[in-house]
Design a protein around this ligand. Structure first.
Ligand code: 5AD
Ligand code: SF4
Length: 436
């Protein structure tokens, strides 16, 4: 039977991106065909994020923009999946009456049934709440060198600012055998790199009967033949241990990049955030990383303007950033999320103040990032080639093991291969190199 054409618009993190690959997998299996222009599509799905208000506003804005298209083509199906869908449930349909369905984070597998039901009655369908997403779904992986593999769903941490535990449920680890099988399948498909995904990879396995932890999983994945590189996302500094650092050092494929979200550099703010560590603990982890894996890169996430954060707290964050010398920092202004503990905490910081702190932090970090990159001038680095640069087809791009983006001239046929590149120029966010 001739099926329709679909388009998925993805917002948010790697986890969300990977969920979209599973929605694609389900649609491809059902005979649908992916298109890139909304006016060609019979089904448009917004795979959404709700971690900050800005994402939410942007998504609803884009859904609203489809109103006219829907009016002119009433048979067009528009759906919302992902974190914002799980958060807003029926309210999403009230807010956007031209939405046909709302699909929660644990319900991806319901998509084919929903589309069939819509074909018959064409009414708003809401499928959210606990589901059975631990059973494997088909995956249509996006082109590229990196395959995403879920190792755990959900989160048990309840950082006071964060909506994720509410929209992704409690932590559920996948069986190591299932993870390994998926990694092997990705390698067989031609992916040289995998990124293992979990909200807190360092607590992987705690909920399983089998005695396995994240280090054991990394060691097992490291042995997969044909695989070149392993990355993972995200570590929680409270659960990240020295054993992890040794595992990175002693495995071949696990890359020397540590993403350790600090969130704030003031101990009282960290306590209000319910992070479960102090800046001193964090600094000791950084020292251990630098002494055990000296050439590693370290990156972080930082939120400014958490409720109660005053100028001296923010100054402590700047001091910590100066002390650690991160390779890069993903910085955000605090965004109150209804239902989280921090949203009703006293001392909410004004938007103006938050923006001002963010720009001071970004200015400091930009200088540090640049100097960290300059330290690589003249070095030879291993680059996994990702393909032509977005802005210049004459130039190839790829990443170092430390996750730095490198541009260099070379034949397109190197895509997917490991090459050696000499670093000749350093910018704030990227490096230029010469192929050896
Ligand atoms: N406001 C701003 N930033 C947030 N993050 C999570 N929740 C919020 C929020 N309410 C940031 C954290 C996290 C990253 C993915 O997003 O820094 O590590
Ligand atoms: Fe990812 Fe969190 Fe956004 Fe969900 S809310 S897409 S888990 S960043």
């Amino acid at each position: 039977m001739e099926q329709g054409k679909y388009l998925i618009k993805v917002f948010g993190c790697q986890m969300s991106f990977h969920d979209a690959e599973m929605l694609s997998g389900l649609l491809d299996e059902a005979g649908y065909q992916e298109v890139s222009d909304p006016s060609d599509a019979d089904v448009i799905i917004f795979q959404t994020c709700c971690v900050r208000e800005g994402a939410e506003r942007r998504i609803y804005g884009q859904i609203d923009e489809l109103r006219a298209l829907k009016r002119s083509r009433p048979n067009l199906i528009i759906g919302m999946s992902g974190c914002l869908a799980e958060k807003d449930k029926e309210a999403a349909l009230e807010r956007c009456p031209h939405l046909d369905f709302v699909l929660g984070t644990q319900r991806l597998g319901d998509l084919p049934e929903i589309l069939m039901a819509l074909a018959e009655e064409r009414q708003g369908i809401v499928s959210v709440g606990e589901g059975t997403n631990l059973s494997p779904l088909p995956i249509s992986r996006s082109k590229g060198v990196r395959a995403y593999v879920n190792i755990a769903y959900g989160c048990n941490n309840f950082c006071s600012y964060c909506i994720v535990p509410y929209v992704r449920g409690r932590e559920r680890s996948r069986m190591p055998g299932d993870v390994l099988a998926e990694v092997r399948a990705a390698v067989a498909e031609g992916f040289p790199e995998v990124m293992l995904l979990g909200q807190n990879v360092n607590t992987y396995g705690r909920d399983l009967d089998e005695r396995v932890d994240f280090v054991a999983l990394l060691q097992a994945v490291d042995k997969v033949e044909g695989l070149q590189r392993i990355r993972y996302m995200t570590s929680h500094p409270r659960d990240f241990t020295e054993k992890m650092i040794w595992a990175v050092k002693e495995t071949d494929k696990v890359c020397e990049h540590f993403h350790l979200p600090i969130q704030a550099g003031s101990d009282r703010v960290l306590e209000w955030m319910n992070r479960g560590y102090t800046t001193q603990h964090y600094l000791s982890l950084v020292d251990k990383v630098r002494s055990i894996v000296p050439n590693a890169s370290i990156t972080t996430d930082i939120i400014v303007g958490f409720p109660g954060e005053e100028e001296p707290d923010f100054q402590s964050t700047l001091d910590l950033v100066q002390t650690v010398q991160f390779d890069a920092a993903y910085t955000f202004v605090y965004s109150p999320r209804e239902g989280t503990a921090a949203a009703i905490m006293p001392g909410q910081v004004t938007t103006e103040e938050k923006k001002e702190r963010l720009s001071r932090l970004n200015a400091l970090q930009a200088g540090i990032s640049r100097r960290r990159n300059e330290a690589l001038l003249g070095e030879t680095v291993e680059v996994l080639v990702e393909g032509e640069s977005k802005n210049n087809a004459q130039v190839l791009t790829g990443r170092t093991r430390t996750n730095k983006l490198v541009h260099f001239v070379g034949p397109k046929g190197l895509t997917g291969r490991l090459v050696k590149v000499n670093v000749v120029r350093a910018h704030t966010w990227t490096l230029d190199g010469v192929l050896i």
